[in-house]
Write a protein of this length. Structure first.
Lengths: 197, 94
């Protein structure tokens, strides 16, 4: 959505597209890609129910939960960054974006510790079908988080440069939509891998 | 309620649901009821992000319907594969 359609500086106008059509082509592709991977998960689980019943117990629930907190918080922070720029509070918007960056980097650091913890407990991609699916899903999600971080750095630079205004901040909205989508995918991955048995 | 206040409250609610879900995952024995609780929580969290963080509640109808449908379809498939896993295994056996 072009920010020129913002009416009350808080919410976009009815029927508008948040960001732009290009980012939504990417988001829908991302959601489709993960839908296919979830399909692989369901089929694998139907063939190896015992492995999928025992697998989640061997993963670090703390790491999965902490990363969920970071992803949800990142989504909240970027929503605030958009609200701030709509209210012409550029510095506040930059601060919210840096919080998104901290959450995103925290996610990657937690994942790195989790993978090291896995290896120290004898868990690799060859350990079994559940863990092969686990690594496929989580590595693919990490790739999307890294793309998001690259986009985030660009949005931070543009915001600091004063390129966004309450009337024109399509790029920030596009990034925000992408980041929310990456959060949404994690909200499915978390219960599939860590909670459901 | 302002949009700002709404997303503040939703953030706290989503964090609480995440911690609650982790507690259930840690302590509860697997059952259909537990699966339904976890899946309902996932669907609710997804819907809140789609509607309020992504701001699709009042945005383009096609995008809103597609994103909302995702969080109807995935939970439904989880429950169905939990109930009819054997059938899916037979269907996907080469």
């Amino acid at each position: 959505m072009s920010a020129t359609t913002v009416t009350d500086l808080q919410t976009p106008i009815e029927g508008a597209i948040p960001g732009n059509k290009g980012i939504w082509a990417g988001i829908l592709s991302e959601m489709t890609e993960f839908a296919l991977l979830f399909g692989v998960y369901f089929i694998a689980k139907s063939h190896f129910p015992q492995e999928f019943r025992e697998g989640p117990l061997k993963l670090s629930l703390f790491a999965g939960t902490f990363n969920t907190v970071l992803m949800i918080s990142g989504s909240y922070f970027v929503a605030n960054a958009v609200l701030a720029i709509r209210q012409n509070r550029q510095q506040a918007s930059v601060r919210w974006l840096f919080l998104v960056l901290i959450a995103a980097c925290g996610y990657l650091i937690t994942k790195a510790f989790e993978f090291r913890w896995n290896v120290s407990h004898g868990i690799t991609g060859d350990t079994g079908i559940f863990f092969a699916v686990y690594y496929y899903l989580t590595f693919t999600h990490i790739v999307h988080v890294v793309w998001g971080i690259i986009g985030l750095l660009w949005v931070i630079v543009r915001t600091r440069s004063g390129d966004y205004s309450p009337q024109s901040h399509e790029g920030m909205e596009a990034f925000a939509s992408y980041w929310h989508a990456t959060d949404l995918v994690w909200l499915v991955i978390f219960p599939l891998l860590y909670l459901l048995r | 309620m302002t949009h700002q206040k709404l997303i503040d409250l939703l953030w706290l609610l989503l964090l609480a649901l995440t911690l609650g879900g982790a507690l259930i995952g840690e302590t509860a024995e697997p059952s259909l009821a537990i699966t339904l609780i976890i899946v309902a929580t996932m669907a609710f969290k997804g819907r809140m992000i789609v509607d309020h963080f992504m701001e699709l509640k009042t945005a383009n109808r096609t995008l809103r319907n597609l994103m909302r449908a995702y969080f109807y379809a995935v939970p439904l498939v989880i429950v169905l594969t939990s109930l009819f896993g054997d059938w899916l295994a037979r269907l996907t056996t080469l």
